[in-house]
Design a protein around this ligand. Sequence first.
Ligand SMILES: C[S@@+](CC[C@H](N)C(=O)[O-])C[C@H]1O[C@@H](n2cnc3c(N)ncnc32)[C@H](O)[C@@H]1O
Length: 280
Amino acid sequence: MSDRLSTHRYAHIHPDVIERVVRDESPKYRKESDRRRAVRNRLHIMFGAYADDKLLNRLLREFTPDISVEVFDTLRMQALRSHLSTRERAEAVRPMYDFILKNVDPPATIADLGCGLNPFELPEWQPPTLLRYDAYDIDLRVVELTNRLLKRMGLPQSAYPLDLAVRTPGHPVDVALALKLIPVLDAQRPGRGIELLIEMPARIVVASYPLGGMSDSISRDKLRSAKERNYSAQLEAGVSGVFEIVAKDIIGDELVYILYATSRLSDRAKPSAEDFGDRG
Ligand SMILES: C[S@@+](CC[C@H](N)C(=O)[O-])C[C@H]1O[C@@H](n2cnc3c(N)ncnc32)[C@H](O)[C@@H]1O
């Protein structure tokens, strides 16, 4: 079944994810048609909401190495608009990265976990010390576009397809970004969001949660406060004893934490057969 799915609407999803979802859903149904429906539903929940398919496909055609500076700027803004997450952050990019850079030493290496099109914000805030920007996502279009962006910026093409619900990157970095990722991973494997932060070979982790939602203002304010309370409680309990919370703020529609590891990675990560790369 995973072969058939990966040739159709979900061709841009990393095949490991399709296999994982098929593996998880198959035992729950006897009929093949029910199984397929369940797998499609799960994939739709994971992917339906974020990306504008038409815009992404156009970017894949037009965002090529030889474009002029003006076209680069125009397509970069379109890339940011093509993904719900970066669209929601549009007004808050500068304050978000000012907050991050105020609280961390200038990093040489960054990993962007579940990056979406957030790497397209990098030209606005790139630290002068940056040598490598690793980016991981399960949307193959996002990975391809990010590698083209990194090449254009003179950085190594280090965007990779990786299923973070079951795998942890192996390349150590100074700072790992996990922006609006924890609830997404928890929906796929409960508890995985914080587990990934703990296993990630990074000295500093920046984690954020989305607080946006409904349009009616009274319910929106109530929902925001409830989300803020729940997410703060989850993160602060989950990282206790492993990370020190050095800063916390609400920026735009995001609750943002800067976390410094207080223990060495070897003391905090469980050895896992599913690690990606050569962490050692
Ligand atoms: C809410 S968006 C956040 C995007 C980006 N971090 C930002 O804040 O702009 C979640 C992203 O995680 C990716 N994602 C979902 N499940 C994943 C998984 N199992 N492994 C890696 N990436 C995943 C999605 O493709 C999507 O780009």
